[in-house]
Structure formats: structure tokens, C-alpha cells
Design a binder for this molecule. Structure first.
Ligand SMILES: [Zn+2]
Length: 534
């Protein structure tokens, strides 16, 4: 090891939220996490706008906001101004990752299952990206022979750590009891294999910083939120639901063991951070924003538009991918750009469209639309539907690729892009959706014990990791080290230092690994299953 700094462990729990973890800790299902939070600090962690997986994890691993790192969504336009979508990759990443920064500071890192890490960026250490199919995984790892090395792990199931989109689609099409059981067990097993990778690497070639995203919580909470939050299940459950709930609790117990094992790898001198990219909460309604835009006169459907009732909730993936065909562009001024971002794009003639409004009309039209959206009331409850709305300048520093308006809904749900007779409809079953408040917990020699902090921002995670490694915080990082989490003596001995800025955009990922059409199709299906395209 080039440097004797104690190890730092970053345990990423995708979608972890206190509304579910706290009851599990209290009821004895997560005893280790309970002990961890009692011995260290805990805080809510405010996510990015919007609070979705790729921009949020990218902020954790760059210390920069989406306006600067450039990852705004699962998708990006195929070409500037195009309505056709592709999946995001490191090629869109505009900032240096913490892994590269650590490499330049003589630290080694293992980063496992982070999104937007493919094609791979060379670092001093190991990288296995998330959201990559088995077919591509070998070429998406760094170093390039990492898969061959991992094959030597006794009893290790290499294939399971890749994303099996086909399985996800099959299970989510309908979740009968047997399917629910195998779906939950699949995630337990998959998380355990990821932990095995880190256990292996920590013996084979220990790194200064080990970071692993376990994504089971996000996947399971999208489907089973109502069985995990006592505010829902407290009202009574069917026998079948009780059985599924008990399997879910078994999963969280297994996860608790995995967290304990990962913390153990950091050793008594090391620091451990447990973070989530966003929180979770219930959503009982579907909001058809493109249909609202039609009602307000901003949007026209093409003859090929698929209505929610015609499709019976089953969107043709070809249609979603080629979303552009659903609209009559000549008569569309504003539309939902992607099904996962809650972002509205305004067509401006000569800028991003052959049609649309004139550039001089832009401010007036956008302000008018913003006012109309803010005035919308829920038909059942009378409450305000759009509770937050940000312009491109407010949310993304004016970034060209960003939506013109980004919305937060009353229930933090994601909008539907489909055609519907009613703008707001109850869902068949309560779904789990991303809420802005995630979790932050930390423990280690320099960390105070048993302290609850005021809410932190997701921008504070990267500086905290660097501080634990005794490094200065790059001056272009937008967050900071929460000094209130550090023991006063430790802080006096090691004050927080600001250092030179990061290197900016990295384009080292020379070996392109664009996803092919088949992969794109599968990812679209998966996102639909998760409720992004309901
Ligand atoms: Zn997530």
C-alpha cells in the first residue's frame, strides 16, 4: 500500500430512508445498524434535484451538483436537440470522480456498482460499474482483467452482479407470491455476491477507499413500499401480504449482516459512511403531465399516440424509446422530455426545434406555464399538485441539455408521459417513489458518538470521504465537511483544509462501450417496471 492512511468504507444503500430503516431498527430486524447509528452520527441527506439515481450517485462521487457534472437523468438526447433518448455514460460526465482524485493523491479505491461508471475510467484501484448487462460487464470493469481475477473467488457467482433486466421485467409484470419471494431472494443473493467482491479485494489488494452500492432497497421499495412503512402496513394486511412482508424483513436482516461485515473490513481505525442517494415514500396517484399540457394547449398528440386506457398500462417500449413519434411536433410547444426526470422541454424555433415558439416569446411562455402548473389543484383533495418548480437556470445553472422546467409533485412521484382522459388517477396499488431525503450515517475514530445532526446535503459526502483520508477538499467542491460530526479534538488536530480544484472533465474512457439497441430496450422495460413509465 502506497500510504498507511486507515481505510475508509462507503456503504451506499440505494434509496434507503429512515421511514423504513428506523422501524426495522426498533423492531430488532437491523440490530447492527441500530448500534452503528447509536455509536456514530446520523442525519438526513438532501438529494439532488430531481432526486433520481444517476445524478445523485454522480454527485456523491464527484462532489459537484448536476449542473456541473452534467448527469441529469437516466437518459440524454441522442444528439443535441433530439427527442430520441440514449442511456447516460461516463462520456457525459463533466467532472473528475473522487476515484480519480484519490488516484492523484496516492490513494487507491475500489468503486463497485456505481451508476455512470461505464465505459471505465482508469484509476489506481478497481471499478465495476452498475447498470451494465452481463454481456458488457467484462469490458466495463477496470482493470480490464478484473473479471478473470474475480473468477478465482471460491463459491462466487460472478454472473449475478450484472443486471438481469430480463428477470426484472418478468417478475415485475405481475408479482404473485412465488414471484415476490424469488424477487426478494434474488436481491439478497445479489447483494451478498457484491459484498463477496469487496471482501475478496480487501484481502487481495486492500484499497484506501472502498465504496459499494447495494441496490436491493431501491428495487424492493418501489414494489413493496406499502409492506415496509408502518404508516401503511399498520392498517392491516392480508395473509399473503404478511408472508411477503416476512420475507422482506428477512432480507433487511441479511442486509444488516452485510453492513456489519463491510464495516468490519474498514477495521477499528477506519471510518465508515452509510449513505443513500435519495429517500423513499408512498405514491397513490399517477399524474399525466403530457395530457395536462395538451389540455392547456401546449401539446398535440400524433396519430400514433398511445393512450393510458388503450395500453392498459402496458406501454410499447418502442414507442417510449421513440417517444418523439408520439407527438405532433408542428403543434407542440411544451412536453415532458423523459419519463424519469419530471422535466418539461419548451420547443423554441431555430434552437431545439423547427417549430415551437419564437425565441423572444420564451420568457413569457415559460412564466405563464409555470404559473398554470403552480395553480393546479388535486381533484380529490384540493391540494396543490406541483409543489416545487425550477427553471433551467435555477436547477442546472442554465445547462443547455437541462429541461426548461423541472417539477416536484405533492407526493414526490414521477409524471407519466402517456395520453389519458383524466390528468390525475389513483394507482392500482400504492407504489414507492423517490423522496428527497436520504440517509447519512458515519462512525470512526474522528466521528462523534450518538449525535443527530441537522440535515446535510448530498454534496457533503465526497468532502467527508476525502477528510477521512486526511486530504484537502478541492476548492471547486460545492459542499463541505460537516464539522459538527467530528470530535473537537480530532478537528483541532486535523482541521478541514481546502486545496486545489479537481481536474475537470475526464475523457480518458477511450474504449467506447455504447449500449446497443437490445440493451437499451431492456433498460427501458426495467424503468417501466420501477414505475418510471407508469
Ligand atoms: Zn437510487
Amino acid at each position: 500500500m502506497a500510504n498507511q492512511t486507515p481505510a475508509t468504507m462507503v456503504i451506499g444503500l440505494d434509496g434507503a430512508t429512515y421511514s423504513i430503516l428506523d422501524p426495522l431498527m426498533e423492531s430488532g430486524h437491523m440490530p447492527y445498524l441500530r448500534q452503528f447509528s447509536a455509536e456514530g452520527v446520523r442525519a438526513e441527506l438532501e438529494s439532488t434535484i430531481p432526486p433520481i439515481t444517476p445524478p445523485a450517485w454522480t454527485t456523491i462521487m464527484t462532489g459537484r451538483s448536476p449542473a456541473n457534472h452534467g448527469i441529469l437523468d437516466f437518459f440524454r438526447p441522442e444528439a443535441p436537440g433530439s427527442q430520441f433518448l440514449r442511456f447516460v455514460s461516463t462520456k457525459q460526465l463533466q467532472c473528475e470522480t473522487i476515484w480519480s482524485y484519490l488516484t492523484r493523491r496516492q490513494r487507491t479505491a475500489a468503486c463497485l456498482n456505481f451508476p455512470v461508471m461505464s465505459p471505465p475510467i482508469p484509476i489506481s484501484g478497481y471499478s465495476i460499474p452498475g447498470f451494465v448487462t452481463w454481456r458488457h460487464l467484462r469490458h466495463a470493469c477496470y482493470p480490464r482483467d478484473l473479471m478473470d481475477t474475480l473468477k478465482t473467488i471460491p463459491g462466487f457467482d460472478l454472473k449475478i452482479i450484472a443486471h438481469d433486466f430480463g428477470l426484472e421485467e418478468k417478475v415485475l409484470a405481475g408479482c404473485a407470491f412465488e414471484e415476490a419471494e424469488s424477487w426478494i431472494n434474488y436481491h439478497t443473493y445479489k447483494d451478498q455476491q457484491w459484498v463477496k467482491v469487496l471482501e475478496f479485494l480487501s484481502g487481495y489488494d486492500p484499497c484506501h477507499v472502498n465504496a459499494l452500492v447495494l441496490d436491493s432497497i431501491d428495487r424492493l421499495q418501489h414494489v413493496f413500499y406499502r409492506l415496509l412503512d408502518p404508516a401503511f402496513y399498520g392498517k392491516g394486511l392480508s395473509e399473503a401480504d404478511k408472508q411477503i412482508q416476512s420475507i422482506l424483513f428477512t432480507h433487511y436482516r441479511a442486509l444488516d449482516n452485510m453492513i456489519a461485515r463491510l464495516a468490519e473490513i474498514a477495521g477499528p481505525e477506519g471510518h465508515v459512511f452509510i449513505v443513500s442517494d435519495h429517500g423513499f415514500g408512498p405514491s397513490q396517484y399517477c399524474f399525466y403531465l403530457n395530457s395536462l399540457l395538451e389540455q392547456l394547449g401546449y401539446l398535440s398528440w400524433s396519430d400514433r399516440a398511445i393512450s393510458e386506457s388503450e395500453s392498459a398500462g402496458d406501454v410499447s417500449m418502442e414507442a417510449v424509446k421513440n417517444h418523439g413519434h408520439l407527438l405532433d411536433w408542428q403543434h407542440t410547444i411544451a412536453y415532458v422530455n423523459t419519463p424519469s426526470s419530471n422535466g418539461i422541454t419548451i420547443n423554441v424555433r431555430g434552437k431545439n426545434s423547427r417549430y415551437g415558439i419564437l425565441p423572444e416569446e420564451y420568457d413569457r411562455v415559460r412564466n405563464q406555464l409555470r404559473d398554470q402548473l403552480m395553480a393546479l389543484k388535486h381533484p380529490d383533495t384540493g391540494q396543490q399538485v406541483v409543489t416545487g418548480i425550477w427553471t433551467r437556470e435555477e436547477a442546472f445553472g442554465g445547462l443547455e441539455a437541462a429541461p426548461d422546467l423541472t417539477l416536484r409533485l405533492w407526493d414526490n412521484g414521477l409524471v407519466s408521459t402517456l395520453k389519458s382522459d383524466e390528468i390525475i388517477k389513483p394507482r392500482r396499488e400504492c407504489a414507492g417513489v423517490h423522496y428527497p431525503d436520504g440517509v447519512f450515517m458515519a462512525r470512526g475514530p474522528a466521528i462523534r458518538s450518538g449525535v443527530r445532526l441537522d440535515p446535510l446535503n448530498i454534496l457533503d459526502v465526497a468532502p467527508s470521504i476525502l477528510y477521512a483520508q486526511g486530504l484537502a477538499i478541492p476548492e471547486d467542491y460545492e459542499g463541505g465537511v460537516p464539522e459538527e460530526m467530528i470530535e473537537p479534538e480530532a478537528l483541532a488536530a486535523n482541521p478541514v483544509l481546502r486545496g486545489t480544484a479537481t481536474q475537470g472533465a475526464q475523457k480518458q474512457a477511450a474504449d467506447a462501450l455504447e449500449m446497443d439497441e437490445a440493451d437499451m430496450e431492456l433498460i427501458m422495460k426495467r424503468l417501466k417496471g420501477l414505475g418510471y413509465m407508469s
